[in-house]
Write a protein of this length. Structure first.
Length: 84
């Protein structure tokens, strides 16, 4: 499915940081499990962080828009900057 619309995200400029190796370490320690019966994600090993936005260059694929339902859109971001 081709993405037909584009949009801009406009967080406060002071809160945007570039992805770095310490973020990879933090991200690697997190775990997530999917509970199909309740359609929920359960996160563990998540440390409290400041609310920040990160800048990552990558490619979006497997974009699912779910235009005919109330389900949220999602995609997979692949980036050489992130560890997973």
């Amino acid at each position: 499915m081709a993405l037909r619309d584009s949009f801009e995200v406009d967080p406060p400029a002071a809160s945007i940081v570039d992805w770095n190796s310490s973020m990879n370490e933090l991200d690697e320690s997190r775990q997530v499990r999917y509970w199909k019966g309740t359609d929920r994600l359960i996160y563990s090993n998540v440390e409290t962080e400041a609310n920040i936005h990160v800048r990552v260059v990558g490619s979006a694929s497997e974009i699912k828009l779910h235009e005919q339902s109330s389900r949220q859109a999602w995609f997979i971001l692949t980036s050489p900057q992130t560890s997973r």
